[in-house]
Design a protein around this ligand. Structure first.
Ligand code: ADP
Ligand code: MG
Ligand code: ZN
Length: 614
């Protein structure tokens, strides 16, 4: 049963409106809730289970951090990563909210302190790792805490249809019996409707409120480009955001190291990060990034789940990720503060082959015959996303089964017209369609490309396809470009893939219209991303004294370094820009700046005021 979407007339929520506003201002320094936060909060305060799907940066944390402050009760939050828990607890403590974490990385003493706070009933928020909770110790904890709510962050980990299945998440329902009175709340950023249903079923949510926000991230500028020279393309992207935070994803550890080294030789402050580093080194690297001493992390996907730095201005994928879900998560780490950021994806058709090999290997290691059909479908999906030349925002929204309204997003390589239209598109597409027609829809894209490019491969000769009139018809067109054209013809409804993990390509019923030239067709030749900056990037800076902003950033960096805390925990970029625009001169004016609450003001206000008003 899919959970029913509901509109809430929240009596409790309404009654709490004043205290919510007060708490929001006092601890976070925010003036109001976002609409989806308001609905999520209403569900929690009405004591109704909920499933909340909001994109990265959508403000999920607030939805589960506020209710126990309103009611004076406690919530247990299950979070998959220790570093993420630590960051949140640190941030909350810094805002004057009583929060503790329980995990294996803590000393006896820290654990004893946390226990004391829990037993004294002081801890409003208790973070715990899933493996800790499903042990007998976890059930004991629940009996002691008697939580009002159990919150599961990154809830997609519970679904095998998701992209990051973790078996220990499956066992969380065992906790139901220990806390019969608690409501359950699942949060995730990336879940197709199928994964949403699975989460609700696996967690046995009771009549949950389903709160699904728009998954689009309008502040992200997406670029998808053929990989011509990964290093140069990456460097160009990083330079578009010079001096600012960036994450570069590579598939292998070796690649992260050589790319980080090369970037450093070009004067970029870059370091490699991957699971093969010793915990100490890894921690140090992560810390330098969090305190803004290193700008660019060149990482395998091991990096990021635990990263909350909200001012990442650029995320580069040097190769295709293994699913659109992964892409959404990883690229989603850009611009969490809502300010403009760029996501560049470099791909080549060789990437799919590489993933296939990696998947085969890990399947073999697990004693399986091969990767699951589901994995292969995800891979085919991301290949289609890369090869297509449709608006990236639209393509992502539709992948997650949402509708995208508006014609051009103004924030993707397609809508910005960065790839020129092919002048003789009609002729080009007729050549391709004729070839597919001759092959009778019985071959895959690779074979079609081989025939058109006049390959003499064994398979081509064996089928006698070197004798077809279409053989060699597009000899001078690079294979990558041809693949892109084919994907574009799929998008425009002239061609279609057969379902399954080894899809064939065939004509649709409309293909004839295209062949006769009765239907319009546009093809674009994707090329290296241009240097264009969006108009919206300018808007974010309207009225901001950039020089002052840079000085505020250095002040933040030195405070972060002194205290060993992540820079964004002091004030985020949005707040610094607001300061550099409004130039608050008095305590009152400073307290009105977005993101400056009383606690933060007390701690940092004077220093920043002094810098603004020397
Ligand atoms: P998520 O977990 O959904 O990725 P976060 O909870 O980390 O998102 O919040 C993302 C950003 O949005 C943070 O910088 C946070 O401070 C900011 N934010 C959240 N709620 C609000 C609000 N009501 N008003 C202003 N800023 C907010
Ligand atoms: Mg979060
Ligand atoms: Zn677009």
């Amino acid at each position: 049963m899919p959970p029913a979407p509901i509109e809430l007339h929240a009596p409790h929520h309404a009654g709490h409106a004043d205290s919510i506003r007060r708490l929001l201002r006092a601890h976070w320094g925010f003036d109001e809730l976002r609409p989806m936060q308001s609905r999520a909060l209403a569900a929690a305060l009405d004591r109704r289970d909920s499933l909340v799907v909001l994109p990265t940066g959508g403000g999920k944390s607030l939805c589960y951090q506020l209710p126990p402050l309103v009611t004076g009760g406690s919530s247990i939050i299950i979070s998959p990563l220790i570093s993420l828990m630590q960051d949140q607890v640190r941030a909350l403590t810094g805002m004057g909210v009583a929060a503790v974490a329980l995990h294996s990385g803590m000393t006896e003493r820290e654990l004893a302190d946390a226990d004391r706070a829990i037993d004294a009933g002081e801890a409003r928020l208790i973070y715990a790792a899933p493996e800790r909770l499903v042990s007998s110790r976890g059930r004991e904890l629940i009996r002691r805490v008697r939580p009002d709510a159990i919150v599961i962050d990154e809830a997609h980990c519970i679904s095998q249809w998701g992209h990051d299945f973790r078996p220990e998440y499956r066992r969380l329902t065992e906790l139901r019996a220990a806390a019969p009175a608690a409501t359950w709340h699942a949060f995730t950023a990336t879940a197709t409707p199928r994964v949403q249903r699975d989460i609700a079923e696996q967690l046995r949510l009771r009549d949950p409120a389903l709160i699904v926000g728009d998954c689009d991230r309008p502040n992200l500028l997406y670029r998808v480009s053929h990989r011509v020279d990964a290093r140069e393309q990456t460097l160009a992207a990083i330079r578009r955001h010079a001096g600012q935070a960036a994450i570069v994803y590579c598939i292998s550890r070796r690649e992260t190291e050589s790319l980080a080294e090369w970037l450093s030789s070009k004067g970029v402050s870059a370091e490699a990060y991957h699971a093969g580093l010793t915990p100490n080194v890894r921690h140090a690297v992560q810390n330098r990034f969090m305190t803004d001493r290193t700008s660019v992390m060149v990482a395998t996907v091991a990096f990021g789940m635990g990263i909350d730095r909200s001012d990442v201005r650029c995320v580069v994928h040097t190769a295709m990720p293994k699913s659109v879900e992964h892409y959404q998560q990883e690229a989603g780490r850009a611009g969490r503060d809502g300010l403009d950021a760029e996501c560049l994806l470099l791909y080549s058709s060789a990437d799919a082959v590489r993933w296939r090999q990696l998947m085969d290997r890990s399947a073999a290691e697990a004693g399986l015959e091969g990767p699951s059909l589901h994995q292969m479908e995800l891979l085919a999906g991301v290949q289609r996303f890369c090869a297509s030349m449709r608006c990236r925002h639209r393509a992502l929204a539709e992948y997650f089964e949402q509708t995208y309204t508006g014609d051009t997003c103004g924030a993707c390589d397609v809508c910005l017209n960065e790839s020129p239209a092919v002048p003789d598109a009609v002729v080009v597409s007729q050549k391709i369609l004729s070839c597919v027609a001759r092959l009778d829809g019985r071959f895959g894209v690779a074979h079609v490309v081989d025939v058109l490019r006049g390959s003499k491969k064994e398979k081509i000769v064996m089928y006698g396809h070197d004798r077809l009139t279409v053989h060699g018809l597009m000899r001078s067109t690079p294979a990558e470009l041809l693949r892109s054209y084919i994907a574009q013809l799929v998008d425009q409804g002239a061609l279609e893939h057969t379902p399954g993990d080894r899809p064939l390509i065939r004509l649709t019923t409309h293909a004839r219209d295209f062949l006769r030239g009765e239907r319009e067709v546009t093809l674009r030749a994707p090329k290296l991303a241009a240097r264009a900056e969006t108009a919206r990037a300018e808007e974010d800076w309207a009225g901001v004294d950039r020089d002052l902003f840079d000085r505020l950033r250095s002040l933040r960096r030195s405070i972060a370094e002194d205290r060993g805390i992540p820079a964004y925990m002091i004030f985020d970029d949005r707040t610094l820009r607001a300061m550099a625009r409004d130039r608050p001169a008095t305590n009152e004016a400073m307290l009105r700046v977005r993101g400056v609450g009383p606690k933060k003001f007390e701690e940092f206000g004077a220093e920043f005021l002094r810098l603004i008003n020397p």
